[in-house]
Design a protein. Structure first.
Lengths: 404, 663
């Protein structure tokens, strides 16, 4: 006998099939490429293939209640490889999580806390909006707060939550402010008014919260005049480029690697000081695998005198995720508790295997994830984790005095 | 509408069983027709195409003096010739017949019988008004040259050429490579019977060489094709071999004599696994058995300086011609068979399989060469370091059934993967793991072969392999590999250690398929293979009359299907050539010489190069044999001199009037 819940699985798949996001999940041929490609598939009760199979077979309930529903870290490997072109990462997972939340099933506690933080403070970290500009205190370049002094600018920089609040990230943030100024662009930030973009919330299945954020950000952004919307966070970039327009909010958004890459000629004469380092670059999932921008970050690193680039075995579209996307930032404990491992630990070992002394990244999550991983894997002191911005800034003599 | 008291139109409404009568009131439709001007009589009948149906038309023509016929039935593509013939039998010019398509365009496309009836009325009225303006035309024929060209000398081209030649036709066989044989010549054994490929192929290759009616042009490609069915003028580009084929006796002494004592250049026939010298032959049984010189690496040609050991070895046969140049030869043929085959998918574009990065990841085609006694290892299956593999993984569907590469199934990979599993086991005793999504073994004796390979102990794992990674380090020589796969039947993800991986690569269209397509005026389907005229009823014809398809160039297929299709294509070509002539469609364009100003606008626009300028008379002249009746010139002609049979202004406007009255 079929219950309402039995049908719900099929209906959900049908709905996704018509969403225009990839091909219909009902076309899945159960080849298992997704499951084995998933870096955590081995630990999942229901890797993507089984999510579809179970939903189709009337077992949606089981799927919604499974801890494995909260193990996808949004790396896009399954989506990109799927031979039936099914949008698993951006389509299936969020839809199932959304359904799970709606069914009243409690997500992992860590997630609930971040939702609440975001709701209360406009950021997942639970920090006060008033501290948003703390990074800019005593900075040697002027930071224009457009929420206080509205005026047209070339670049509206959405600084992002980690880059605003985390001390380790603030170093990068300040360096980037100096580089922007050095490049002669006029730029401003939103100061205390800035809010999270909400990519993770969408991935979590908090579609409602995401839509609220889109609305709030739209109101803010529509008031400003700018040529480029700039972000250091590949996840924010992805959301603004792909999901905001679906809600009618389109902006000329760029990730900083693209933005700087377009100014290579201008950077060339400024990048003078040699930085002696053997560098391996970790492709982040959103700008890399998902948007296939692989060369710009490497070419930026290639500008720096003294830098020798080496590649990891897994690179470019085949790169291994740091484990921080799709909510993974807050889910390490959940993932490990359910038989998985921290991908950042595995990845940093791969980086070390190249013989590099520096792991270059271009995503704010990765700095702290890999620095933690370096400690756990006893690579601390052997492998430095640095954002491309830091390396550029050092070579441009714009780095933090007390850091480099 | 033209009022001509002598017009007597007979109208016939077909029921087509229930195909039409199930939706339309055929009786009422006939009654409606009866009321239209010039209609002498209107009938409806169960199957107009049947003998009694045709008889009805013939009898009426004679009895009632009908001088125009309209049949409201199916598409004219199907039965127009039937009714034209019937009219002709009764003494009426065949072009005074018009069909109204009330099946495909009416009955089959709606369930609403009221709307259908109105639309059928419109079609019928249009046909009746149109046919009133038809004129009696003479049938036109073109002669078919009794000579065929076969392009591509794989098993498809070889088979087609032999069948045509055995029927007494002259055949020109054009092959791009220095030898015929195609992919089949690379294999050791063939599924499902495990015949030795060379044993069944080389007799046919030799037959091609010896056949008096076959002219073999190897190392050649088609440069351009002009003309049309019956009279194609084909230019063939012949690459220089630097050896005179007529003088070479195939002793191969020149290869021994070459100043390079070691073969050091990758042999493409061995997929680069074996080495060759600058003067080389793809394989010992090559046809023609004439070596070829690679100008890039031959010292004499590249640098103009060499001791010419080859020439010395050739001795008084004196076959070397270092000054040979590319040549263009022209042939006129009546029919063409395109048999250019397929290309194996290059898996290096799939980063997660590590092809090109890990030395012991091979393509199936490479392994075919390793298994072949005439191949680079003399038939010994080895890893790159020369050792024998103990555990071998075979990955099915590489590049096939994958939206990122080719969405289609390549049809032969399952079977050749089974074959390879068998051969690998037989030759090395290795454990073999076949990772598949579905095993597709639907041919004759295929399932039995699958069963046999299972019984031999090959392990079958249902899952598409996700990653191939080195077991340790960077996967350099010697290190093992791990196949990472979701065993979907077991429900767990497995990491299977192997020391050799074989990628069962897809069959894809040749890299130059779109050039070949354009040259022969044929089309490609979505995946890039050449398109047949009809997927069921005209599988070897193309949209271009007189051009036929055979083998894997039309879609991935195995040798049995390829040979069957090649013979079908040969039979179709023979039918045309034996008839000796082909009737042209009457709807060709013509030029009213009085009105033509000689502006030549039409000449550049004609897609079929059917119009030329007569400089003396200063007018355009249309060759009816080349004209396909597209009407471009008619529409473009500024002085209204270009006209078209059956599609005259009056005929078209009458047809439209008829239609418009009911919409
Ligand atoms: C690894 C592998 C193993 C296989 N094993 C088997 C098996 O065991 N049994 C089986 O039944 N099938 C097998 N097949 C399928 C088999 O290869 C095909 O059915 C067969 O080769 C098709 O023959 P063909 O003549 O159509 O094409 P091809 O063999 O590809 O021959 C085409 C010929 O045309 C020539 N050509 C191409 N373009 C031009 C041009 N523009 N001008 C002139 N000449 C041109 C080529 O040089 C070639 O000689 C296998 C396929 C693969 C990939």
């Amino acid at each position: 006998m079929s219950t309402a819940m039995d049908r719900q699985g099929v209906e959900l798949l049908e709905r996704l099939g018509k969403s225009g996001e990839g091909k219909s999940p009902q076309g899945c041929m159960q080849c298992g490429l997704c499951a084995a490609s998933c870096p955590l598939g081995y630990a999942m009760e229901f890797p993507p293939r089984k999510l579809i199979l179970q939903a189709e077979s009337g077992n949606l309930e089981k799927v919604l209640a499974s801890p494995s529903l909260w193990m996808c870290i949004g790396c896009y490997t399954c989506s990109l490889r799927c031979p039936r072109d099914i949008e698993l990462t951006d389509g299936l997972w969020p839809a199932l999580r959304d359904q799970s939340l709606q069914a009243g099933i409690q997500p992992p506690a860590e997630l609930q806390e971040t939702f609440q933080n975001l709701f209360k403070y406009g950021n997942n970290l639970g920090k006060s909006p008033r501290q948003r500009l703390d990074w800019a205190k005593d900075l040697d370049v002027r930071v224009l707060d457009l929420s206080k002094e509205p005026r047209p600018v070339d670049v509206l920089w959405l600084v992002g939550c980690y880059p605003s609040y985390y001390p380790r990230n603030q170093v990068v943030t300040r360096a980037f402010a100096r580089i922007l100024t050095e490049l002669g662009v006029t730029w401003g930030v939103l100061g205390a008014k800035e809010k999270a973009v909400g990519e993770c919330e969408r991935m979590f299945g908090e579609e409602g919260l995401f839509e609220t954020l889109v609305e709030e950000n739209r109101k803010l952004l529509d008031k400003c005049e700018f040529q480029t919307l700039l972000t250091l966070d590949p996840h924010a970039f992805r959301a603004l480029q792909k999901f905001y327009p679906q809600h009618g909010a389109w902006y000329p958004v760029k990730h900083y690697t693209t933005f700087l890459h377009e100014r290579m000629e201008q950077l060339k004469p400024l990048v003078l000081k040699p930085v002696k380092a053997t560098v391996t670059y970790h492709d982040n999932c959103c700008v890399g695998r998902r948007c296939e921008s692989f060369d710009p970050p490497r070419e930026l690193l290639g500008l720096i005198p003294g830098v020798e680039l080496v590649e990891m075995e897994r690179n470019r579209e085949n790169s291994l995720c740091c484990g921080g996307g799709g909510g993974g930032m807050w889910l390490d404990a959940h993932i490990v508790a359910h038989g998985g491992h921290r991908l950042s630990d595995e990845r940093i070992r791969q980086a070390a295997a190249t013989g590099a002394d520096t792991l270059a990244v271009s995503c704010p999550y990765e700095l702290s994830r890999f620095e933690d991983a370096a400690k756990v894997t006893s690579l601390e002191g052997k492998l430095r984790v640095r954002d491309i911005i830091e390396l550029l800034a050092e070579s441009m003599d714009l780095g933090e005095r007390n850091v480099s | 509408m033209k009022h001509d008291e002598t017009l007597r139109i007979g109208v016939y409404v077909c029921h087509c069983g229930t195909n039409i009568a199930g939706v339309l009131d055929v009786e009422a439709l006939a009654h409606f027709a009866e009321g239209l001007p010039h209609v002498a009589l209107a009938r409806h009948y169960k199957y107009m195409c049947s003998d009694p149906g045709q008889e009805l038309v013939k009898r009426d023509i004679l009895e009632y003096n009908l001088n125009r016929i309209v049949v409201a039935a199916c598409s004219p593509n199907l039965h127009e010739p039937t009714f034209r013939r019937a009219a002709e039998d009764a003494g009426l010019n065949r072009f005074l017949v018009q069909m109204a398509n009330i099946r495909e365009q009416v009955a089959w496309v709606t369930d609403d019988s009221t709307e259908a009836f109105t639309k059928a009325q419109a079609h019928l009225a249009a046909a009746i008004r149109r046919v009133a303006g038809h004129e009696a035309l003479e049938r036109q024929f073109v002669q078919i040259q009794p000579r065929a060209m076969v392009v591509g000398g794989g098993i498809a081209g070889i088979e087609a050429a032999l069948t045509l030649a055995e029927a007494g036709k002259d055949v020109i066989l054009v092959e791009r490579e220095p030898t015929i044989g195609g992919h089949m010549a690379m294999f050791d054994k063939t599924f499902p019977t495990l015949d030795c490929a060379a044993c069944i192929l080389t007799p046919k290759m030799t037959a091609v060489k010896l056949h008096p009616f076959i002219k073999l042009l190897t190392y050649s490609t088609v440069e351009s094709v002009e003309g049309s069915v019956g009279n194609y003028r084909v230019k063939v580009r012949r690459k220089p071999r630097y050896i005179d084929e007529s003088l070479c006796v195939g002793c191969m002494m020149c290869i021994d004599g070459c100043v390079f004592t070691q073969a050091k250049f990758p042999n493409p026939f061995d997929q680069g696994l074996g080495k060759r010298k600058p003067v080389w032959i793809p394989f010992p049984q090559a046809v023609p058995p004439v070596p070829v010189v690679d100008p890039e690496v031959c010292l004499q040609i590249a640098r103009g300086k060499c001791k010419q050991g080859c020439v010395t070895a050739c001795g008084e046969r004196n076959a070397f011609r270092f000054d040979q140049e590319e040549q263009i030869e022209e042939y006129t043929v009546g029919t063409i068979i395109v048999a250019t085959g397929f290309k194996a998918f290059d898996p290096s574009v799939i980063p997660y399989y590590g092809y090109g990065r890990y030395p012991n990841v091979y393509t199936s085609l490479e392994v075919e060469r390793l298994l072949n006694a005439g191949g680079p290892t003399a038939g010994k299956l080895t890893l790159r370091d020369g050792s024998t593999p103990k555990r071998v993984g075979i990955v099915h569907c590489v590049g096939s059934r994958d939206a990122n590469f080719h969405p289609y199934c390549s049809r032969v990979c399952c079977m050749y993967s089974l074959k390879l599993a068998h051969l690998v086991k037989e030759k090395t005793g290795a454990e073999v793991f076949n990772c598949y999504i579905d095993v597709r073994a639907p041919g004759k004796s295929f399932e039995e072969f699958f069963n046999r390979v299972q019984d031999e102990g090959t392990q079958f794992i249902r899952g598409k392999v996700a990653d191939i990674t080195p077991a340790n380090g960077d996967g350099a020589e010697g290190g093992g590999l791990i196949m990472n796969v979701d065993d979907t039947l077991l429900g767990t993800i497995r990491k299977i250690p192997v020391d050799m991986v074989i990628l069962a690569v897809a069959l894809e269209p040749q890299a130059d398929a779109s050039d070949v397509r354009r040259a022969f005026g044929i089309s490609c389907s979505a995946e890039g293979f050449f398109l047949e005229k009809h997927p069921k009823l005209a599988p070897v014809n193309t949209a271009n009359d007189g051009v036929f398809l055979a083998g894997a160039c039309q879609g991935a297929k195995d040798i049995p299907d390829t040979v069957a299709q090649a013979d079908a294509a040969a039979a179709k070509a023979l039918a045309l050539m034996d008839a000796g002539q082909i009737e042209l469609e009457p709807n060709t364009a013509w030029v009213d010489e009085e009105m033509c100003s000689g502006c030549q606008t039409c000449i550049s626009l004609c897609p079929f190069k059917a119009i030329r300028h007569d400089a003396e008379r200063k007018i355009a002249v249309i060759d009816p044999a080349l004209c396909k009746g597209c009407g471009t010139c008619v529409a473009a002609c500024p002085s209204g001199a270009a006209k078209q049979h059956i599609f005259g202004d009056e005929q078209i406007s009458e047809e439209l009037e008829g239609l418009m009255n009911y919409v």
